[in-house]
Design a protein around this ligand. Structure first.
Ligand code: SF4
Length: 87
């Protein structure tokens, strides 16, 4: 059962990335992606962030530790089951 609600955006106040350069998360470079994903790994709101990015048509940036390409692949691979994996 999904226990997270992506419409509740209080999670943004706890975002670990708030203290880092946003270019790390929105640059097309693979080095920046690796650094951003490392920051996400220890973020206390990673699940909320990833859920938001999966439910919202965000077409760029690292969110919840995944690039857009990874999110697309994740949704495509798991179909309707992806929510259960994050909850
Ligand atoms: S998971 Fe990553 S992108 Fe999302 S709020 Fe946390 S640090 Fe920011």
């Amino acid at each position: 059962m999904l226990i997270l609600d992506s419409s509740d955006e209080d999670w943004r106040a706890k975002a670990r990335c708030a203290s880092f350069d946003p270019d790390l998360f929105f640059s097309p470079g693979s080095l920046e992606h690796r650094v951003a994903k490392r920051i996400c790994r220890d973020c206390p709101v990673r699940r909320e962030c990833l859920l938001f990015a999966l439910e919202t048509p965000i077409d760029h940036g690292v969110w919840g530790g995944m690039t857009e390409r990874e999110r697309r692949r994740f949704r495509r691979h798991w179909g309707a089951e992806w929510r259960a994996l994050i909850a």
